[in-house]
Design a protein around this ligand. Structure first.
Ligand SMILES: [Zn+2]
Ligand SMILES: [Zn+2]
Length: 276
């Protein structure tokens, strides 16, 4: 009890509980909850957290051997790493628009005397990028417990988006967007409670545009002038009742204006995903 009390105070808000296992080795769990909040209008923000193996456990020969994660609210996980002596996690809250954005991540770490003996999961399969070209949907086949997904810009070599997805085999780009003409990799690694990740599976794609005839102006690029309804002039009455014609200043008498739907091009360009 004394040891437990000292550990709890050493860890601050962490809650420590002991699990008795068969044999002399004792496993323990450490639970810590990270809560964050953004005010209205505040930009999206990332927060990094690290939980170190408490020294008394290290002295007993214990190492971290697994973790469980529980997300709530708007919080997402960008990346995580579990080592024998520490756990690192980077979480993020999206921009708060109409209301405050808040959320929390509960991390439960398990210690043991030996690294996990079970095999690391196989790579994910069937990676797909579908849906809107600039904010696509990513999907894959796998165990679906913990999947680290990344979108990498192949031109710059930079990661443009990354998330650790819990309990699903699908993820929507929830922030930012891709660019037409650029090439990307979608990569996925999966893990179980041991937090050891499979080799990365990845697919290449680019964002292109599909050009279609504008359905609003039938490809002409023009629509009827909204000021004069297409007549090109206005009619008013003079002092003796005679009609006075005034040229429409908006369309200069042509009766038409550039199509507002396609900006007068006659074409609609839609970003699309092209596998490579
Ligand atoms: Zn007009
Ligand atoms: Zn048009």
């Amino acid at each position: 009890m004394l040891l437990r009390g000292r550990l709890a105070s050493w860890l601050g808000v962490a809650v420590l509980s002991a699990l008795l296992l068969a044999g002399p080795a004792m496993a323990e769990t450490i639970t810590q909850t990270f809560e964050h909040q953004l005010g209205i209008g505040e930009s999206a923000k990332s927060f990094e957290h690290r939980i170190d193996l408490p020294e008394p456990l290290a002295m007993k020969g214990q190492i971290f051997i697994g973790r469980q994660l529980e997300l709530s609210g708007k919080m997402v996980i960008e990346r995580e790493e579990l080592k024998g002596t520490y756990y690192y996690v980077k979480v993020r809250l999206p921009k708060a628009t109409l209301w405050v954005a808040k959320g929390s991540l509960k991390v439960t770490l398990e210690t043991g005397a030996q690294p996990p003996a079970t095999p690391v999961l196989e790579s994910c399969t069937g990676l797909k990028v579908t849906g809107p070209g600039l904010t696509p949907r990513l999907s894959w086949n796998g165990a679906g417990k913990y999947t680290a997904v990344t979108l990498l810009d192949r031109g710059s070599g930079k990661t443009v988006w990354e998330r650790v997805i819990l309990g699903k085999t699908v993820a929507d780009l929830d922030e930012g967007g891709l660019s037409v003409g650029r090439r990307y990799f979608f990569g996925a690694c999966q893990s179980d409670e041991t937090a050891r990740y499979s080799p990365e599976a990845k697919v290449a794609f680019r964002v292109d545009v599909k050009v279609e005839r504008c359905r609003y102006c039938y490809g002409t690029g023009w629509e009827t002038c909204r000021s004069c309804n297409g007549s090109g002039h206005f009619v008013t009455q003079g002092p003796n009742g005679q009609p006075i014609y005034t040229v429409c200043s908006f369309c200069h008498g042509t009766g038409r204006q550039p199509c507002t739907w396609c900006n007068g091009t006659g074409k609609i360009e839609t970003p699309i995903i092209v596998p490579e």
